[in-house]
Design a binder for this molecule. Structure first.
Ligand SMILES: Nc1ncnc2c1ncn2[C@@H]1O[C@H](COP(=O)(O)OP(=O)(O)O)[C@@H](O)[C@H]1O
Ligand SMILES: O=C(O)C1=C[C@@H](OP(=O)(O)O)[C@@H](O)[C@H](O)C1
Ligand SMILES: [Mg+2]
Length: 427
């Protein structure tokens, strides 16, 4: 039996082991536990500290000798410490969300807050909002019970909400193209927070980003709740720079690096090198399209035309974008459908490789749209505004391939660092 770990069911998608083992010297195990084994586990007390997740955050309470005030008010415990045979319970989801609010300067005082979802996380978040003196807190559920309201009621009476917080699984992997509400219906909304961390930036947060609203994504809350749990386990404190470092490491590890740019600008070649250097898996969307169609790209264009090619491109982009820790080389025309960009942004940073027009290839039979110098030139001028608008990072690729690959990684690191430092916006 490990001294530290996580109990719950299921646990296969949990990041807790990765985070705790970055944080402390102890080993931390995921311990999937069936209902019938919970009683024995908590009576044996064969652990120093555990985290508790769905579905046991309430069930564990009767076993505790001491329960912290916030956890009591929330009615849920996610951290249990065994001190000399006595069990102490805390709720560090509260701390994680409280950190998010303060770190991003989200104005809660006197604001009308909508909390989407009515599960365990919602209870902790409502407590934080109450303590930050929200004017009104409305919990929204697809199956409203207790004091929750329905989505229909939101749309008839509460479109004047100022802050929207998603605690529901809508938008979570694998349903990454869903969002619980459309922000266009909430003209007074100032900030959006999402507790979902897979994808890194949910569709809801992406919409907030595009509207220029304050937004924050779930990875930070996840990390801080783990850090506060570790502090209870070891009775220590954690410097801000450690919090930032773990967030940086996790974002570097999980984020997809997505190369866009003109045909033959170097996306596939540099993408492969960057994947090796960053220990990420490399995916070429053009290869995926060929596998999907069981034809080469020139064959698809010749037999079915560009429209069919673009449909295949979008289908493959949706599938690949749901995964993390990839380097993705796109085809040059990926920017022709905004939906592709929306999908790639959920887990990715978009890097525009800008190669001089006179260095781009034409008359290449493998690139049906680059049939002549004139065709390439027209395409370059037409597409340039989109490459610029959709990319997070721009890199001129006119020099040595290895150097450009290293520059790409450095620029990604700088970009992630900037996102963490600004505090106002997170991917
Ligand atoms: N910086 C560079 N130096 C030398 N050759 C390059 C450079 N960037 C790209 N190339 C070459 O250009 C060609 C097209 O590159 P590729 O990676 O297939 O482009 P894309 O995937 O963007 O269409 C390849 O032969 C590649 O080696
Ligand atoms: O620019 C385009 O519209 C295309 C670029 C190609 O990929 P590369 O950019 O890797 O050549 C390939 O997806 C297809 O021929 C269409
Ligand atoms: Mg390519």
């Amino acid at each position: 039996m490990s001294e530290y770990g996580l109990i719950g069911k299921p646990l296969s998608h949990s990041f807790s082991k990765i985070i705790h083992e970055k944080l402390a010297d102890y080993t931390y195990e995921l311990m999937p536990l069936d209902e019938e084994d919970l009683d024995y586990f908590l009576r044996q007390k064969d652990f120093k500290g555990i985290n508790v997740t769905i579905p046991y955050k309430k069930t564990v309470i009767p076993y505790l000798d001491f329960i912290d005030e916030n956890a009591k008010a929330i009615g849920a415990v996610n951290t249990i410490v065994n001190r000399d045979g006595k069990l102490y319970g805390y709720n560090t989801d509260y701390d994680g969300f409280d950190y998010m609010i303060q770190h991003h300067h989200v104005p809660i005082q006197n604001q009308k807050v909508l909390v989407l979802g009515n599960g365990g996380a919602a209870a902790a978040i409502k407590a934080v909002c109450r303590n930050h003196n929200a004017k009104q807190i409305l919990c929204v559920s697809r199956h409203p019970k207790d004091d929750a309201i329905s989505y229909k009621e939101v749309y008839t009476s509460h479109c004047d909400a100022n802050i929207i917080i998603n605690t529901s699984p809508v938008g979570m992997y694998p349903h990454i193209d869903e969002q619980a509400v459309d922000l266009n219906d909430f003209p007074k909304c100032k900030a959006v927070l999402d507790v979902v961390y897979n994808p890194i930036c949910t569709k809801l947060c992406l919409q907030a980003r595009e509207k220029g609203l304050l937004y924050a994504t779930g990875m930070e809350m996840l990390i801080v709740q783990a850090i506060r749990a570790k502090e209870h386990f070891l009775q220590d404190t954690t410097p801000q720079k450690v919090i930032d470092q773990i967030l940086f490491d996790l974002l570097m590890e999980k984020t997809n690096l997505v190369f866009i740019g003109m045909p033959s600008c170097g996306k596939s070649t540099i993408g492969k090198k960057v994947a090796q250097l960053s220990q990420k898996k490399f995916i070429d969307l053009d290869d995926e399209i060929e596998k999907e169609a069981k034809k080469t790209i020139p064959e698809i264009f010749a037999e079915s035309g560009e429209v069919v090619f673009r449909e295949l491109e979008t289908k493959v982009t949706k599938r690949i974008s749901a995964n993390q820790n990839l380097v993705i080389a796109c085809g040059g025309g990926i920017i022709k459908n905004k939906i592709n960009i929306d999908m790639l942004r959920l887990n990715g940073i978009l890097i525009f490789l800008d190669r001089d027009l006179n260095l781009l290839e034409s008359n290449d039979p493998n690139r049906p749209l680059s049939s002549s110098q004139k065709a390439v030139e027209d395409m370059y001028h037409q597409r340039m505004p989109y490459y610029l608008q959709y990319s997070d990072i721009q890199i001129v690729n006119n020099t040595n391939l290895n150097k450009i690959s290293q520059t790409s990684i450095q620029k990604v690191k700088d970009h992630i660092q900037d996102l963490i430092c600004t505090g106002g916006k997170t991917i």
